[in-house]
Write a protein that binds this ligand. Structure first.
Ligand code: PLP
Length: 350
């Protein structure tokens, strides 16, 4: 171990992103991307981006983009912060809200990036375990942390916690509650109303899933102005590049297109879920663009390998609480039919 490296960095287990295969004929159901293209206006704008938009620094505070987001969510520009993916905002939240000897909280299993971000920032973690069926047990009354990441709908389990439950925790907490809503556009409800009701609630959203823009890296937070201002104080000067600001604004402006794709994905989600259930798989009722499913025959890791051998990539996590499940991103109908066919054929043979 080199003494040049900070001890927490030397000891760090870095986050493992899902695989991005170069092979074009892989059906990629492993990183919860959207199978449909971004909004038409985005595709039209890209070739016409003025050279000046690239030559000059971008707007450091993303004003136009934030105005569009604020309009869609019926809030003020001062309530909106934009980041280089919602991941950047989660990281900034730790730096802004957790004191030196502080800890962050989150449910386990949830987004595996949180403990990595805590380790990078050299702050502690105090996760709360979900129940065996992945529901949310009561939080012990004495439990409180300066920052709690509440993934809702949860990943990788796909379930949605009732917003009242989050409100109850926020109401009694001395810390900030960040509701990580990367998948909220695929869900029936969301926690945005809490950001108006409570001084300590922020909601984070992503352009990577419902807006089909994972490649440009854009996320945003909505919340009370003092929390948003704290994020502005500590961000890098130009944290969102000019191309991303422009295409993000165009994507956000076309709500109809986004909702149309979300409806398609939800319909495919229900169809695939029913078919897997008929085949004896246990599929949790998803409120996201992925399914969390326990296979009927063979273990989850065997299915993962088998599908992979047939060029269908899903996500498998080996942790104790999650190793019996696979996470399957909802792709196009054709992709999901190919996925189902492999499973049906394998089940018929076994
Ligand atoms: C729960 C959760 N939050 C945040 C993110 C990151 O989103 P972004 O691409 O906006 O950084 C993901 C990505 O998979 C996620 O699953």
């Amino acid at each position: 171990m080199s003494s040049y490296i900070r001890a927490n960095v030397a000891a760090l287990h870095a986050y493992t992103p899902g695989e991005q295969p170069r092979d074009a004929d892989v059906i990629k159901l492993n990183t919860n991307e959207n199978p449909y293209p971004p909004a038409p206006a985005v595709l039209e704008a890209l070739p016409t981006l003025m050279p000046n938009a690239l030559r000059m620094y971008p707007d450091p505070v993303c004003r136009s983009l934030r105005q569009t987001i604020a309009k869609v969510h019926d809030c003020e520009e001062e309530n909106v912060f934009c980041g280089n993916g919602s991941d950047e905002i989660l990281s900034l939240c730790i730096r802004a809200f957790v004191p030196n000897q502080g800890r962050i909280g989150y449910w386990e299993p949830s987004y595996s990036l949180y403990p990595v971000l805590a380790n990078i920032a050299d702050v502690g973690v105090e996760p709360l375990p979900l129940a065996a069926d992945f529901s949310w047990p009561a939080i012990p009354r004495r439990y409180d942390v300066p920052l709690f990441f509440w993934t809702n709908p949860n990943a990788p389990t796909s379930l949605q916690c009732p917003v009242d439950v989050i409100a109850d925790y926020a109401d009694g907490s001395e810390g900030v509650v960040v509701v990580d809503e990367a998948y909220a556009d695929f869900a029936d409800t969301n926690a945005l109303p809490l950001t108006r009701e409570f001084a300590n609630v922020l909601v984070t959203r992503s352009f990577s899933k419902s807006y089909s823009l994972a490649g440009v890296r854009l996320g945003y937070a909505i919340g009370p102005e003092p929390l948003i201002s704290a994020l502005f104080k500590i961000k890098d000067a130009y944290n969102v590049n000019a191309v991303t600001q422009r295409v993000g604004q165009l994507a956000m402006a076309d709500q109809e297109y986004m909702h149309k794709n979300v409806r398609r994905i939800r319909a495919t989600r229900e169809r695939v879920s029913q078919r897997l259930t008929q085949m004896g798989w246990q599929v949790l009722p998803s409120q996201t663009n992925f399914l969390w499913a326990r296979p009927a025959a063979q273990s989850a890791s065997e299915w993962f390998e088998y599908l992979r051998a047939h060029k269908i990539y899903v996500r498998y996590f080996s942790g104790a609480a999650v190793r019996e499940y696979v996470r399957i991103t909802v792709g196009t109908d054709a992709e999901m039919d190919a996925f189902l066919k492999i499973i049906e054929t394998a089940e018929a043979v076994s």
